[in-house]
Design a protein around this ligand. Sequence first.
Ligand code: GTP
Ligand code: MG
Length: 206
Amino acid sequence: MARQRQDYDHVIKLLVIGDSGVGKTSLLLRFSEDSFTTSFISTIGIDFKIKKVMIDEKCCKLQIWDTAGQERFRTITKAYYRGAMGIMLVYDTTDEKSFENVRNWMKNIEQNAAPNVNKILIGNKSDSAKRAISTSMGEALAQEFGIQFFETSAKTGSYVEDAFVHISRHVKNRLEREKPTGTSASEPPVGVIKATKEKKRVRKCC
Ligand code: GTP
Ligand code: MG
């Protein structure tokens, strides 16, 4: 059977978690469609989006799983931790409770995700005047966990792309380090490299 050619170098599976209402779906909407809405439609179970991005000249197909923050969906959403390569843990800078819950979310990650999963902490709604959690509080917590911290606004778009690209780059670099052959996952067998080189140059990504 002919092997289907991939038009990307890596598939990167990301999971977005955090309390209900912190803006997980909004971050994803901003990143994938560059849009925002003030209406709150709470996610039921799990949803996902695909977006291709070029990172360090590699075409990365991001498969981003948007989980429901509501407690009643916890059993369903936990099932998705295992397959995640990167996890974006989001709290709301205007909501103290969502910040306090970061520790519980971290425990969930430890118990359910792969030990080498890449993680970042995101304080969302940085545009809001109703701030309850300072930037330095977010930074300190991220430092305690030894992970990168971003303050974002899905409303204005501030640092949204930076956060997604940062975690994707770290996953990509890890995948490249872990690969036994040291070649790209989509690299064709040696004999066909020459024939496909031209195609590769003009292939579409992003
Ligand atoms: P669940 O699906 O229930 O887990 O919630 P969620 O985390 O997906 O929250 P969602 O993205 O649906 O956003 C909740 C509310 O916060 C919506 O009314 C959004 O408009 C608002 N919101 C999201 N991000 C921002 C932001 O960056 N700034 C401001 N001001 N509001 C935001
Ligand atoms: Mg949602």
